[in-house]
Design a binder for this molecule. Sequence first.
Ligand code: ADP
Ligand code: MG
Length: 471
Amino acid sequence: MRDGDVVLKSSSPRQGETGLTEQWGRVRARLQAEVGEVEYRTWLKQVALAGVDGDEVTLVLPTRFLRDWVKKEYGELVASLWQAENPAIRSVDIRSQPGRGTAPNLAEPVPVEAAPAAVAPVVPRADVAAPLDQRFTFDTFVVGKPNEFAYACARRVAESPATAGFNPLFLYGGVGLGKTHLMHAIAWELSTQHKGGGQVSVAYMSAEKFMYRFINALRSQSTLEFKNELRGVDVLMIDDLQFLIGKDNTQEEFFHTFNALVDAGKQIVVSADKSPSDLSGLDDRLRTRLGCGMVADLHATTFELRISILETKAERAGVDVPGKVLEFLARKITSNVRELEGALNRLVAHANLFNRQITLEAAHEVLHDVLKAHDRKVSIQEIQKKVADHYNIRIAEMSSARRARNIARPRQVAMYLAKQLTSKSLPDIGRHFGDRDHTTVMHAVSRVTELIGQDAAFGEDVELLRRMLEN
Ligand code: ADP
Ligand code: MG
């Protein structure tokens, strides 16, 4: 038995028609991980599997509106996840079928209500590559402090691939911070360039896809073709490399491909959720080589970046979103850009659907569940501690009766932050501060609000504290 056969048996029960429901389960799970909890719950939870016919999977949604939205926003993603899950699937048909919820019922035939355009093609652009998202270009990427370095590196690589010092380019950062966006942007940019008359050939794929392709090649005894195909490209990009942790055979293959390409003067771009040195479980030689070029991280977003992303996206969508609403979203949804985008999309869709203005009230209402999930569970004790530390007073002073300004002011700030950052009532907050009355808390909140407006330095101080507590 060859090595490859072992790989197949152990990690590929996903082939074959029998496990369709299980395959769908895995596609859903990937989808959820890919788009985040908020978007998944908003748009994708209701997608049901209707069946498979030859190489086409049919998915249904209860309304036309949902169908159109899902098709437009997620069609390609769903299709590529299906293909990664089951390479025999070539396309995904998304239809609306009133009354169909999430429960998959394979026996039931699907009445045809779908427009012909409801088919999302899976066919990749080039044979080796996965399709690129048209929205992910340098133009649409909003640059700010947390991502400017990664952006500059990506630009540089797109301008002149395989420059010394920038090969490989290793992009890393948490989910939804723009790694895939930047990689696609590089690929788009390069695909418009020409090299000695011919087009620069770029292969972009997720590490997962790389693995599936490798396994398929092993199974069909075409590893040589696979290798040649990959080694024939000018630029190879592998997204989410952390997926290869524990997949030793695939890692080994990637390592050889990597070396062959770099030796031949080709560019490699890799992304992962951690820096090369933190990717424990990845082969040491590979880690070392990955760290040899340029390593750039995408930091968590700042309030400023979130605002400018929201502004840009709202403008691009051609919708008028009041500044107050943008600010509200940027304050509340701090996890990542994907969730932020999801919340904005949802708000816009809701406004369109009901033909209503986007207001702060509407935002509260529409995003109710999202906001609840994002409400940081910061405790009053944490707030008291941070504030006491910051102003250099003892934490016991938060509950003491002393009224000296240098004690009373920090106490008021803590009360203010408790009101802002927790869902506790005024009397409840009062109790945590030496059993003070709720009117005292109310007074503290309005006093601090007033001071923030009057004294910029004080305002910055409070903002800083808020940020520290939110993260
Ligand atoms: P990652 O690959 O790091 O998980 P993505 O690149 O998929 O994240 O980004 C998630 C979503 O957020 C995408 O829709 C992407 O376009 C958007 N996004 C992330 N960062 C930015 C940015 N700086 N400007 C505009 N959109 C961004
Ligand atoms: Mg990604």
